[in-house]
Design a protein around this ligand. Sequence first.
Ligand SMILES: [Mg+2]
Length: 276
Amino acid sequence: MQSNVSLARRAYAIRRFALRMGEVQGQGYIGQALGVADVLAVSYFHAMAYRADDPTWEGRDRFYLSIGHYAIALYAALIEAGILPEDEIGTYGMDDSRMPMSGMAAYTPGMEITGGSLGHGLGIAVGAALGLKRKKNPAFVYNMLSDGELGEGSTWEAVMSAVQWKLDNLIAIVDFNDQQADGKTTAALAQMPEVGRWSAFGWFAQEVDGNDLDAVVAAFDAARHHDVAQPRVIICKSKMCKGVPFLEDREITHFVRVEPDEWTKALSILDEGKPT
Ligand SMILES: [Mg+2]
């Protein structure tokens, strides 16, 4: 287990790699990447077992990114984890890159599934968790999905299936930033009290501030060690563009356009807050 100072350093590094990739293309889903960096730091540097030099090791915990457009965030975590090389950052989003703008399993070590079409990741994770159980493999499946995907019927079919199969090796992580392509998630489709709703379906549900590393660590530990045979979900309330205030303040954060000089500004603001 790493100290939270160390996790803060990991989260900083993930944000920085993501900004550098955004700068390559001049645009991107940078708001999501900055928002979810703390949860990714806890996933990759506290919670999950994996081997950086053997990304398909059978005993690894799986991380399934349902939200393919968050690929920039996962690449940043995979670089920090030593699964992807830092020197490929300059290829981000290019035709022959191993880091395309939307995550694709066939291209990228550590990208376990091709996410988006949205609403399918949890179903894939249910199948994988069931498969691991049948193979008596003790690994866990972590599935990151978005609050927007809670408006997809297929997500709720997966929710029910996971309970039916008593998938206590499945941990869903909802990045609840209250934003989706068209605006606020809670305005697009009335969302429920999430802990109550998931609990009613039979899941062990927790809700945390997704940018509070201590809270996220505690929730991940509780999810992993919960001793009832049921699937687990962590609703992570995150802030889009977290760590770069002038981006946090923007009204439209789903797909952020950043002027060329603003990338340098964003990187220096991040560096000023570098954890010691
Ligand atoms: Mg969202």
